[in-house]
Design a protein around this ligand. Sequence first.
Ligand code: PLP
Length: 503
Amino acid sequence: MDTIILADWLSARLDRTAAEPTYRQMLELMQQAILTGQLAPGTKLPSSRTLAIDLGIARNTVLHVYDQLTAEGYVNSTTGSGTYVADTAPRDGVAKKAKTEESKAPCTISRRGERLIAQAGVSPKQWGAFMPGVPDVAEFPARTWSRLQARLWKRASPDLLTYAPGGGYRPLRRALSDYLRVARSVKCQPDQIIITTGIHQSIDLAVRLLTDFGDRAWVEEPCYWGVRSVLQSSGLTLVPIPVDEEGLNPTPRDMVEAPRIALVTPSHQYPLGMVMSLARRRALLEFARQHKVWIIEDDYDSEFRYGSRPLSSLQGLDDAGQVIYVGSLGKMLYPGLRMGYMVVPEALVETFRLGVAELYREGQLMQQAVLTEFILDGHLTSHVRRMRGLYGERRELLINAIRARFGDTLAVRGDEAGLHFVLELPHFADDRAVTADALAAGVVTRPLIHYFMNHDKALRGLMLGYACVPNADIAPNFDKLADVIERALTPMHTPMPTPLAQA
Ligand SMILES: Cc1ncc(COP(=O)(O)O)c(C=O)c1O
C-alpha cells in the first residue's frame, strides 16, 4: 500500500462539522492508517507543531493523539528524535503459518454450538395464556420481599457483597435442607446443598463434573428440551428412553450398554405428567448401582400437586450415593429470580463446592439472604399454599373449557400436578402448525412433538400452562385456541364430526 502524506490524507477525511471531536476522529483515522499499512512501520510522523499548522487545529489536539497512539503501541516516540510508526504486523512465522493454513471457509462455531442453536426452543413470549411452566408472577408477595430486602441492605455486611463461598449462603443451605427433608424425604445435611442459578445450571455443573465428552446420557423420551440442550452442548451422546404410565421404561436392549448418567423426572414426568412407580424407582437405582451410573433427579415442580400427596424423592431411596437431586425456586417464587439448588451425595460435596465456585464464581448472597428470611418467616410455605389453591382453580377452569368445547374427544394428560398439562391431539394433527396458528391468534402453547427426539413415534398434543392466566381469561383464550384446533382437526371442506360440530 502506498505511503500517504499524512496532513493531506487527514485533511480530506476530518469532518469539522461532525459532533465527534476532532481528537477522536484523528485518532481513529491514524489507527486505521497504521493497521492497513498506509502509514508503514518506521515512517516518521510530522512534528506535532507542523501537523497542527497544516491541519489548522490546536497543537494540543495533535499532542493528545500522539500520546494516545504511543500508549496503545501504534507509534514509538523518543524524545528529541521524533515519533515513528511501530511495527505491529504479526511476526514472520505466525504470518506465514497463518497464510498456509488459510482456507476459504469462514471462521465457524463449534458442532455442539450448532446443535444447541438448531434445537433452541426458548419462547420469545414468557407470559400469558397458555404459557407452560410459568407461575403467576403477578401474585408474588413483592411487598414482603422488598421489606426483607430493605432490612438486609440497611446492614449490608461485606460478607454478603462478595463472591459466594462455594455452595452458597450457609443459612439458606440449612433452611433448604430442613425443607427438603420434611417435604420431599430427601436425605441431606446442609453441606450437601449447593445453591445454583436454577436447574439448568445444576445440570450443567453435574455434567461437567461427572461425565466426559462422548459419554452416553439417558434422557426420558419425551423430555424437557432445555435439559437436552445442556447435555448436548456438553458433548454427551443422548439416548432417548421411552416412558410409559410408570415412568422410565428401558428395554433389555437399552440396558446392554449402561450410560454414564441418567436424567429423570420421577415426581412428575416432564412433559407427560406421570409419577414413576416405586418398582421402577427401585429397578433404576439397582441398575445404576450395578453399572455405576449417576442419576440426576429433576424435581422441578412437585410442590404443586392437586390430589394425592407426591411420592417421596428418588434420592431418599438411594443408598449408594449416586443420585443428584435438583430443584428450583423459579416455579415457587418467580422464574427471573434464577435460583435453584442441588443436593449432592456426601462423597461429592467438596467436588461440587469447588466446581461451582471455579466455573461460575457464584455471588447473589444478598438475594440468598433475603430468601432465607423469606423461608424462615414462613412466607414460602404460605405463598406456595395460596398458589396451589389458585392454580388448582385455574386448572379446573381450563379443563371445564376443554370439556365444554370438545367433550371427551381430546384427552387431558398429566393434570394432577404442576403448572401445565397436555391436551392430546389425534395422531394426524400437526401440533406445530396448531401452535403457530394459535400464536397468530394471540395464544401461546407448545407442541408436544418438540419434546421428542424421535419424531416418528411422537405423540401429538399441546402443552397448556394455566398457572399464569387470570381466572377470567381462561375460557375466552381457550375459545380462541379451540377455533384453531378445530380447523386443524377438520378434514378439508367436510362438515365436522360430532362432538366437535357441537362446539
Ligand atoms: C423439567 C424441567 N426442568 C427444569 C426446568 C428449568 O428450571 P430452571 O428455571 O430452574 O432452570 C424446567 C422449566 O420449565 C422444566 O420444565
